[in-house]
Design a protein around this ligand. Structure first.
Ligand SMILES: Nc1ncnc2c1ncn2[C@@H]1O[C@H](COP(=O)(O)OP(=O)(O)OP(=O)(O)O)[C@@H](O)[C@H]1O
Length: 804
C-alpha cells in the first residue's frame, strides 16, 4: 500500500486537526497529513467489526478490505461518497473531500443515507466526530443555487433570498452580474438606436411621399389622366412603408418575446423564497434569478465552490422542448458493459443529466460510454478530442454503435464537413466532432472555417463530450467552454493526474468526478489484459558512466538512455518475445535512440516526421501479418494509436517522471487478448501482456522511474524488479551470442557518436516531436513553422505569420 496511508501507526500525541484549515488543504490538493497517526485509542470498534469491511480514520480516510463478502456493496457506496487514493490487492484507500460529497449529494445521497450506510459498513463504533461534522457541513451546502443555460444565456437561480445575498457578496459573481447588465444595456441601446434610425428613415420617406402626393395632387388637378400612376406610386410606397414598420415591429416582438418568455418561466419556476418586503411573487422570483456574463462563467463556478455554494448544473433533457431532438439510438446489437452502465447511472440518476468526469482505464471503452450518453440525451452533441486521428475514431465508433438520423460532422484542419443548421425554423440537430485546438484557435481563419465557427457558437448543445480531459490546459478549456455553450458536459479520461497538480480545476470547469473504475477489478473480470509490469535494471558500462559523472544535464540524459547494456537487454527481450509469437512495441522519447535501435535491429519506427501513409503501412503490416512483429514508437504513439494485437511493451526512454505517460503507454497493451466478453470471469490468473521498463542503475533515471510508476501502483499494479536478465550473468551464452553491440569497440564507437552529436539540433528535433504529438492539426504545424522561423531570424515572439 502507498506508504502515505499508513495512518494507524506512529505517534498520535499532537494530532489536532482544524477542520476548516484542512478543508482548504483538501481544496488545494494537499491531501495528506505528513506525520503518521495512531488512532487505536480514538477509534473504538464494534464487537462484530470483523464482519464489516470499512475502517474510518479521523483524518477523513476510509480503508476498505477488498476480501470482505461485502466488498461489492461497499465499493459502490465508497466510490459515490469518496475519492479513491490507492487500490492495491487487499486494502483500498479512499478519501472524503468536499468535492466527493458534492458529487454524492448531486446523485441523490442525503447525509442521513450516508451516515446510515457508513454505520452499517464500518467497523467503527461511532463515526469520528470531525468526519461527521465534515459530512454534515458539505452535504447541506449543496443545492442552494443552480446554473441554468437558456437561449445561449447563463442564469443563476437561487433557492432563497439569503442565498442570493450571500452570492452577491462574492466578488466574481457580482462582477459577472454587473458585466452582463452592462452588456444587456448596450444591446438595448443598440436596439433603440436601430429603431430610431428606422423611424427617422421612415419619416423621411413619409415626408418624401407626402411631397410626391402633393405634387401628384397638383398633377391630378392639371392632368386627370395621371391619377392611376400616382395611385400606383402611393400604393407602392405604402407597401414599402408597411414592410419597414413590420420589420421593426418584428424586431421589437422578438425582444419582447424573450422578455415575456423569461417572465413566464420565472412564474413557472420552482425557486421561491420567503416574502420579506411584500413584493409580488413574480418580482420576488425575478430577484432570485439573474443573468451572468458567459465569459466569466468558469470564474463564477470556481468562486462558488471556494465559498461553499457549489452550483447545481443539471439538464432536464427529457422535458426540454426548446432544443431540437436528435434521432439517435444505440443499435440493438450494442451491449454496454456493467461498468460502463454504472458510470452512466451516476450521470443520469434521478432522470436528469449532470455534468462531471468519468474515469475509465485505457481501453475500457470510454468512447462507447460517451456515445451512450449522447443516445440518452438525444440533442445536438459536440465532441472534442485531442487530435485529428481521434476525431476519425470517434466518428467511426458513432456509426459502429449507433443508428443516427442527423449529420455527423468533422471539423478539423483537414476535414470540414458541412454542418447542420441548428437555427433553421424546423430546428436541425446533429453531431460535431472536433479538436480542442481547432475550437480554441485565436489566429486568422479562412472564410469557410469562420462560418463553421459561427454556427458552432450559435448552437446550444445538449451535451459536450470532452475526451482526454486531463491534458487540456485550463485556459484552453475556458476558451472552449465559452464558445461551445452546452447544457451538460461529460469529461472522459483514464488518468486523472497532472504533474502540475491542476486536476482540481476540473471540478469547476466540468463538474465533479462521477465515477472511477477499478483497474484490477476490470482485469479480474477479463475486460482488461492481465499485465505483468517489470523494471529491468541495466548497469551503465564503465565508459558511459565515466562520461555521465561529468556531463551536463542534457548529455547525462542521452548517456543513460543510450547505455549499451539497455540496448543488449532490449534485443534480448525482443528475441525472447518474438520467438513466442508476441507483438512488441518499443517506446523511446529519445529520437536518437529510437532511430539507432530501429536501424541496428532492422525494425521499422514511427516518429512525428514519418508521414501518414508510411505510418498506416507499418501499422497494417504489424497488425495483419507476421512480417513485422516489433515496431519502435516515439511519443506520438503514447495515445491514439489503437493496436489491439500488441501484448508487449519495452520502454527505453520516457518523459522524466510523467505518471500519465506511463499509464497511457501501458494502456496500449491493456486491450483484452481475447474477446472481453469471453474472457470475462474466466478466472485465469496468467499474465497475457508484459510491460518492461529498462532503467540505467545509479543514474537519475532511477528516480524518475519511481515517480512514473506511482499512478499505476495506486491502481494496484506492482513492478517486479529484474536486476539481471539471464544473458547478463553469463549463463545462456547462446542467447548472448546473438546480440549486437557487445564488443568494447562497438560501444566506444557509439559513445563517440553520442558525444559528437549536436545537442542543439537534438533538442529542436525533440521539440518538433512534442509539437507534432500535441496536435497534428495544421495549427500545430503553423505554430512549429513560426517557431522555426523565429529561431532562424532571431525574432523570437515577434514574427507573426498571416493567413492569406
Ligand atoms: N461494450 C462493449 N462491447 C464490446 N466492445 C467494446 C465495448 N466497449 C468498448 N469496446 C471495445 O473496446 C476497445 C476500446 O475502446 P475505446 O477505444 O473506446 O477505449 P478507450 O477507453 O477510449 O481507450 P484509450 O484510452 O486507450 O483510447 C474498442 O475496440 C471498443 O470497440
Amino acid at each position: 500500500m502507498d506508504q502515505r496511508s499508513q495512518s494507524f501507526v506512529g505517534d498520535q500525541e499532537n494530532y489536532d486537526m482544524d477542520l476548516f484549515d484542512n478543508d482548504r488543504e483538501f481544496a488545494e490538493g494537499n491531501l495528506y497529513p505528513t506525520e503518521f497517526q495512531n488512532y487505536t485509542q480514538q477509534v473504538k470498534l464494534k464487537p462484530d467489526h470483523e464482519k464489516r469491511p470499512i475502517w474510518i480514520a479521523p483524518n477523513f480516510k476510509l480503508y476498505l478490505e477488498s476480501f470482505s463478502p461485502l466488498y461489492k456493496t461497499a465499493t459502490e457506496f465508497l466510490i459515490g461518497i469518496a475519492e479513491p487514493v490507492c487500490r492495491p490487492m487487499y486494502i483500498h484507500e479512499y478519501m472524503i473531500t468536499k468535492y466527493s460529497l458534492y458529487a454524492a449529494v448531486s446523485v441523490g445521497l442525503t447525509k442521513e443515507k450516508i451516515f446510515e450506510r457508513l454505520d452499517f459498513l464500518s467497523k467503527n463504533e461511532d463515526i469520528p466526530s470531525d468526519v461527521k461534522a465534515f459530512i454534515e457541513l458539505y452535504s447541506s451546502r449543496y443545492g442552494k443555487a443552480r446554473l441554468v443555460l437558456k437561449d445561449c444565456k447563463y442564469f443563476i437561480e437561487c433557492f432563497d433570498r439569503n442565498t442570493r445575498n450571500n452570492l452577491m457578496q462574492i466578488q466574481q459573481i457580482e462582477q459577472a452580474y454587473r458585466s452582463q447588465l452592462r452588456r444587456n444595456a448596450m444591446i438595448e441601446q443598440r436596439l433603440k438606436e436601430q429603431s430610431e434610425r428606422q423611424r427617422v428613415e421612415e419619416s423621411a420617406e413619409t415626408k418624401a411621399l407626402r411631397e410626391r402626393i402633393t405634387n401628384s395632387n397638383s398633377l391630378i388637378a392639371s392632368r386627370p389622366t395621371a391619377t392611376s400612376t400616382s395611385g400606383m406610386m402611393l400604393n407602392q410606397q405604402s407597401v414599402e412603408q408597411q414592410e419597414l414598420t413590420e420589420r421593426f415591429m418584428n424586431l421589437k416582438d422578438e425582444f419582447q418575446v424573450l422578455i415575456d418568455q423569461e417572465m413566464e418561466d420565472v412564474d413557472n419556476g420552482q425557486v421561491d423564497g420567503p416574502a420579506q418586503d411584500g413584493s409580488s411573487r413574480a418580482q420576488r422570483k425575478q430577484d432570485l434569478i439573474f443573468e451572468i456574463d458567459p465569459e466569466q462563467i468558469e470564474g463564477v463556478k470556481e468562486a462558488c465552490i471556494k465559498e461553499n455554494y457549489p452550483l447545481i448544473e443539471e439538464y432536464d433533457f427529457k422535458r426540454d422542448k426548446t432544443l431540437p431532438d436528435l434521432k439517435i439510438e444505440l443499435k440493438s446489437t450494442t451491449q454496454i458493459r456493467p461498468y460502463q452502465e454504472q458510470s452512466l447511472s451516476m450521470m443520469f440518476s434521478n432522470g436528469r443529466a449532470r455534468s462531471g468526469v468519468v474515469v475509465l482505464p485505457c481501453g475500457a471503452g470510454k468512447t462507447l460510454a460517451g456515445i451512450t450518453a449522447a443516445c440518452t440525451i438525444k440533442k445536438s452533441i459536440m465532441v472534442l478530442c485531442t487530435s485529428g486521428v481521434s476525431v476519425e475514431q470517434w466518428r467511426q465508433q458513432f456509426f459502429l454503435w449507433a443508428n443516427i438520423g442527423g449529420k455527423v460532422c468533422r471539423f478539423t484542419s483537414k476535414t470540414r464537413d458541412q454542418m447542420f443548421n441548428s437555427q433553421a425554423p424546423d430546428g436541425e440537430a446533429g453531431i460535431v466532432i472536433s479538436t480542442y485546438n481547432m475550437i480554441a484557435y485565436q489566429g486568422n481563419r479562412s472564410n469557410e472555417t469562420s462560418q463553421l465557427m459561427k454556427a458552432i457558437q450559435n448552437t446550444e448543445w445538449g451535451l459536450l463530450i470532452l475526451d482526454e480531459v486531463q491534458v487540456v490546459p485550463a485556459a484552453m478549456f475556458r476558451k472552449v467552454l465559452s464558445i461551445c455553450k452546452s447544457h451538460c458536459k461529460l469529461g472522459l479520461t483514464a488518468t486523472l493526474v497532472r504533474e502540475d497538480e491542476k486536476i482540481d480545476d476540473l471540478n469547476f470547469l466540468i463538474g465533479p468526478k462521477l465515477y472511477e473504475a477499478n483497474w484490477l477489478d476490470l482485469q479480474l473480470q477479463g475486460y482488461l489484459a492481465r499485465v505483468q509490469c517489470i523494471e529491468v535494471w541495466c548497469e551503465m558500462t564503465p565508459e558511459f558512466y565515466k562520461e555521465y559523472l561529468s556531463a551536463r544535464p542534457r548529455l547525462k540524459t542521452n548517456l543513460y538512455v543510450n547505455n549499451p547494456n539497455k540496448f543488449l537487454a532490449c534485443q534480448y527481450l525482443i528475441n525472447l518475445h518474438e520467438s513466442r509469437g508476441d507483438k512488441i512495441i518499443v517506446f523511446s522519447d529519445n529520437l536518437f535512440a529510437l532511430k539507432m535501435y530501429a536501424q541496428k535491429l532492422k525494425r521499422p519506427y514511427i516518429s512525428g516526421e514519418v508521414g501518414q501513409s508510411e505510418r498506416m503501412g507499418i501499422l497494417h503490416y504489424f497488425q495483419k501479418t507476421n512480417d513485422i512483429n516489433t515496431i519502435f514508437l516515439s511519443k506520438v504513439g503514447d495515445t491514439s494509436i489503437d493496436l489491439p494485437g500488441a501484448n508487449v511493451i519495452i520502454q527505453i526512454s520516457s518523459h522524466f517522471g510523467a505518471r500519465r505517460q506511463e499509464a497511457q503507454r501501458l494502456g496500449r497493451i491493456l486491450r483484452p487478448k481475447q474477446s472481453a466478453e469471453k474472457q470475462a470471469y474466466s478466472n485465469s490468473t496468467e499474465f497475457n501482456a508484459y510491460f518492461y521498463s529498462l532503467v540505467s542503475t545509479n543514474t537519475q533515471e532511477m528516480y524518475y522511474s519511481d515517480k512514473r510508476q506511482q499512478f499505476l501502483i495506486d491502481q494496484g499494479y506492482y513492478f517486479e524488479v529484474i536486476q539481471e536478465l539471464p544473458f547478463m550473468s553469463g549463463e545462456n551464452n547462446k542467447e548472448k551470442e546473438k546480440l549486437l553491440m557487445q564488443s568494447l569497440r562497438e560501444q566506444v564507437e557509439f559513445l563517440t557518436q553520442i558525444l559528437q552529436n549536436d545537442e542543439a539540433k537534438f533538442e529542436s528535433l525533440e521539440e518538433r516531436e512534442e509539437l507534432l504529438e500535441d496536435d497534428e492539426d495544421q495549427i500545430g504545424i503553423d505554430r512549429l513553422r513560426k517557431r522555426e522561423l523565429n529561431s532562424l531570424t532571431g525574432a523570437d515572439g515577434m514574427y507573426e505569420e498571416f493567413q492569406r
